[in-house]
Structure formats: structure tokens, C-alpha cells
Design a protein around this ligand. Structure first.
Ligand SMILES: C[S@@+](CC[C@H](N)C(=O)[O-])C[C@H]1O[C@@H](n2cnc3c(N)ncnc32)[C@H](O)[C@@H]1O
Length: 510
């Protein structure tokens, strides 16, 4: 059967963000995609032994899930930290659980007492305990950091504790267990530094670095000194749990039809990658950076410096973001976003599928994706809004209807027939939103409406004329007789609400 006739997935998939130990709890990364959604897409749009690529692979969710589903998972990212995590997780499929436990015990023997002695030691004591430990290079941090130099991100205790642990790991016998311990150490780095903020109302150790919440190096007002050995040990246990899960999954495959998952890693800008993988890929699932929120390379400095693999200047220049230390412009980002999508289509074999996850108020970004995909010979077959999960509602609580949370999954098939669309028409926004609302169910999410509006504009060759602010968008919905429910974060028709503002029962429910 030709793969072009696959019936596209048309419904959102409820996201499970914490259900897989191989992703949740191993190592933090930015905007990690829910593994179950990615896996459903891989299973639907590709077959066993296919090559499945994520060119903006991040922590490797796509390539890892492809690997576990008997495909060749192809990970690519210009950020060394991203590839370190992805490779590290797949590496946990090697070696025995007992070797990992033994490595943990060896480290405990070597480090636990020294680390405990650091706590409460005075300046002189610290100097003595730190004799001979290797410290990382003290480089200058990005200009929006609260402190100027790398070492200032740590208290003296934290810096020495991490260095002692790192030395201990370096001295372990080489092999998968050592690599697993290094992954646990790198995850510990996210907690033993002065950007770590405790989550309110929870144990001190629960919380996260400001790097992942406000996307910059903000020093906590009341820095917390977590106990170093226990913090590392918890991370190492998570690694062992992730390994156990991977082993079980692979064992199950071996017993039910065979195991032939493979994994490869590339560290290139997407444009460069195209030269190597043109026409060689069976499915792409990817989540490119969304404009200017997150400067991945700047924010990964905390890890890249100490892991000893800082990105090249070329990688920094090619990073697909707005802003950052190199101050990339929005125009450059938009052009490169489109070029990357073009490159993705070119990497596919004919008749194969491409899913791109995206969300933004800026319609020019969507235009770049849709236009360049069409020009490269890919046809849009599905646009699904993923809304309603806990992370989505957390974002909604921060800003209600003006926040676009969740994401849109755009799925294309490579037909090989380039289309150059005119895009010269004017869109009647009020009427188009009215038509969408007319056909909508009793409640709709703002993201679903916005995404549908963008796709409608695209289909009517009028996306270039669509320029709508957040306020205009909500006013148009209100104009059509809909109300925003602040608690449930959805829109509901005025006529479907009772005098308390609740949804009235449907006649057949009453
Ligand atoms: C939104 S994140 C992907 C997160 C991923 N979906 C996950 O589940 O972890 C985007 C990634 O694109 C990478 N990136 C940015 N510019 C790039 C480029 N020009 N080529 C390749 N990767 C790039 C960033 O380093 C970042 O890891």
C-alpha cells in the first residue's frame, strides 16, 4: 500500500508527561514533548526498520521512542547538551543493572564522607577539602545573567561537591555504568547551583532552576543548599529506574517478534544535515524553537562548560532563535524557520510524512512553515491542536485568554509536487471566525480557534493579510456571542450558559 494514502491522525492525544522513567526524572531539558504523543505519531506514520528523524531533537524523545519501536531513531541537535542527554538515555540500554548499582556504591564509598564534611566547613576547611579537585573553566556568562562568571552560579560548597563527585566518576572503570553516572551527575548540576528555586509548599529538594522557568540565570533570593550526596543518589536511582524500564521494553520486544531498534546522532544545523540525509528519511517528527523565549545554547552553558563540550561559534550563529547573546533578528529567524522546513521535506523519501509541532501568535512564522513546505513539495493533511493537559492549564492560569499554550501539530506528506501559492487575497477575519464558531461544538479552546483561523487563511490564499493581535482576536470571538470561562479556560456560547455562568445541560441530558 502506498504510504501517501495513510489516513492522518485527526484527534488530539491526551499527553502523558510523567509516565516514562526514561524521559521524566532522568535529566531536565527545555520543552520536552510528551513521549506518548510522539510515539503514537511514530507508530502511525512509519513502519518497523524505518529511519525516523528529529532534526531539532532536544532531549531525544522522538529518536528514543523510535529506537524503542524497532525503528532507527535519528537524533540531531546543535546543542551538545541535547545530544548528551539523548545518547545518555539510549546508552542505558547497555550493561547490567548490577554494574550500575556497583558504580553507585563505589562512588558512595569515595565521596559521601568528603561531601558531608564540606557542609558546615569554614573557609579554611573548604580550602583544605578542595585541595586537588578539578574545577571547570570560569567563563563569562550571557549578559542577562544575574552574575558575571560561571563559578558565581555556585556556592563554594556546591562547586566543590560537584567537582568531588565528578572526579569520582572520572575515576570509575569505563563503560555504560560510568556513562550512566555522568548523566546522573549532569542532572545533579541542575539542582546544586544558586539558580535553584524550591517549589512552594513542597520539600526543599522539589523545585527547579530558573533556567527552566524564566529562561535566564536568575540567582534565588534565598539560595538552598541541598545535601550533595543525597541529591546525586536520587538522580542515580532515577537512572537505574530508567535503565530497568528500557531493559524491560527491549526484552518484551525480543519475546514478541524481535528487536532491531537502532540509534544515530548528528550534531548539525538542519541545513547542513540536509546535505547528508537528502531523500533518506521515512518520517520526521519535530518541534523547532518557537521564536525568542528560549536561548538554548546560552542556557545550556551551565552544563556544556563542565561537560567539556561547548558549542562552536558556527553553531551559535546557526541557532534558530530570536535574540540570545548574538542578537538574532526576527527576520532571520523567520527565513531560517522556513528554510529548515524546506530542508526537512527534502530529507524525506517521496510519499513519506512530516509532523511539525508549533505555536505562536506571530502568523508570519506559520506562513513561513506552510509556504516553504508547499514549495518543497509537501501537502498539509492535518492540523491538530493539542490542548487541555496540566502543563497547558498551568500556562493558561498565568494569563488566561491571551496565552497560547499547548501546541499545533501540522502533518504533511511529501507528494513531490511543489506548489507556489499566490497568497494575494484579503481575509475577512470577522466572518471567517464566525464560520468557524458556527461549526464549533458547545465549548472551544482559544488555541483551537486561532489555529483553525491560521489554517483557513492559508487555505484561502490569504495568510499574508492575516494580522491579528491577541485583543482583536478575543474581541472578535466575543462579538459572535461567546464568553471566556476563566476557570475552565475555554470559550462557550452565551446562549449555552445559565445565570451562574455554567454550561447548561444539553436537552437530551436534562
Ligand atoms: C523546542 S526544542 C526541542 C525539544 C524536543 N522536542 C524534546 O522533546 O526535548 C528545539 C531544539 O532545537 C535546537 N536547535 C536550535 N537551532 C538549531 C539548528 N539550527 N539546527 C539544529 N538544532 C537546532 C535547540 O538546541 C533545541 O534543543
Amino acid at each position: 500500500m502506498s504510504r501517501e494514502v495513510i489516513e492522518p491522525l485527526k484527534e488530539p492525544i491526551a499527553a502523558d508527561r510523567q509516565g516514562a522513567k526514561r524521559h521524566y526524572g532522568v535529566h531536565p531539558y527545555f520543552t520536552r514533548r510528551p513521549y506518548n504523543v510522539v510515539r503514537e505519531y511514530i507508530l502511525h506514520y512509519s513502519r518497523e526498520k524505518d529511519r525516523v528523524l528529529d532534526p531539532f531533537g532536544g532531549s531525544g524523545v522522538t529518536a528514543i521512542e523510535a529506537f524503542l519501536e524497532n525503528r532507527t531513531g535519528v537524533q540531531n541537535d546543535i546543542n551538545p547538551l541535547a545530544n548528551f542527554i539523548a545518547k545518555g538515555v539510549v546508552g542505558l540500554a547497555s550493561g547490567n543493572r548490577s554494574e550500575y548499582k556497583a558504580a553507585m556504591n563505589e562512588l558512595k564509598e569515595r565521596c559521601e564522607k568528603r561531601l558531608a564534611a564540606l557542609q558546615g566547613a569554614d573557609e579554611k576547611g573548604l580550602a583544605k577539602l578542595g585541595l586537588g579537585v578539578k574545577l571547570p573553566e570560569n567563563i563569562k556568562l550571557p549578559s542577562n545573567a544575574d552574575v558575571e562568571f560561571y563559578h558565581d552560579l555556585f556556592s563554594k560548597q556546591q562547586l566543590l561537591s560537584l567537582a568531588i563527585l565528578r572526579d569520582g566518576i572520572d575515576d570509575l572503570k569505563g563503560g555504560p555504568a560510568k556513562a550512566g553516572m555522568l548523566l546522573a551527575w549532569s542532572a545533579t548540576l541542575a539542582k546544586l547551583n544558586r539558580t535553584f528555586l524550591s517549589a512552594e509548599g513542597r520539600a526543599e529538594s522539589r523545585g527547579g532552576s530558573s533556567i527552566f522557568s524564566i529562561y535566564r540565570y536568575k540567582i534565588a533570593k534565598k539560595p538552598i543548599e541541598l545535601p550533595p550526596w543525597e541529591t546525586f543518589e536520587e538522580r542515580a536511582m532515577n537512572i537505574v529506574d530508567a535503565k530497568t524500564e528500557l531493559d524491560k521494553t527491549i526484552q518484551h520486544k525480543k519475546m514478541t517478534g524481535g528487536w532491531h531498534g537502532e540509534f544515530e546522532v548528528h550534531a548539525k544545523d538542519v541545513g547542513e544535515l540536509e546535505k547528508e540525509l537528502r531523500g533518506k528519511i521515512d518520517y520526521i517528527f519535530t518541534d523547532p524553537p518557537y521564536g525568542g523565549h528560549i536561548s538554548y545554547l546560552d542556557l545550556s552553558t551551565l552544563w556544556n562548560v563542565w561537560l567539556g563540550h561547548s558549542p562552536s561559534m558556527k553553531a551559535r550563529e546557526r541557532e534558530l532563535i530570536v535574540g540570545g547573546e548574538l542578537d538574532h533578528t526576527e527576520a532571520l529567524y523567520t527565513t531560517r524557520l522556513g528554510d529548515s522546513v524546506h530542508a526537512c521535506v527534502n530529507m524525506l523519501k517521496k510519499g513519506r510524512w512530516l509532523s511539525i509541532v508549533f505555536q505562536h501568535w506571530n502568523i508570519r512564522y506559520f506562513k513561513a512553515i506552510l509556504t516553504r513546505a508547499a514549495e518543497a513539495g509537501a501537502e498539509l493533511r492535518a492540523a491538530i491542536s493539542q490542548v487541555g493537559d496540566p502543563i497547558w492549564s498551568m500556562h493558561k492560569k498565568k494569563g488566561n485568554q491571551s496565552v497560547l499554550a499547548g501546541e499545533l501539530i501540522l502533518t504533511f506528506v511529501r507528494t513531490g509536487k511543489p506548489q507556489y501559492l499566490q497568497d494575494s487575497r484579503e481575509l475577512d477575519v470577522v466572518n471567517t471566525v464566525g464560520e468557524i464558531l458556527e461549526a464549533a461544538p458547545r465549548v472551544v479552546y482559544g488555541e483551537q480557534l486561532f489555529n483553525q483561523l491560521v489554517i483557513e487563511a492559508w487555505r484561502k490564499s490569504a495568510i499574508g493579510s492575516l494580522d491579528i493581535s491577541k485583543d482583536d482576536f478575543t474581541n472578535v470571538i466575543k462579538h459572535h456571542g461567546w464568553h471566556y470561562d476563566e476557570d475552565r479556560h475555554y470559550w462557550v456560547r452565551n446562549r449555552d450558559r445559565d445565570h451562574h455562568g455554567n454550561l447548561t445541560p444539553m436537552l437530551w441530558e436534562a
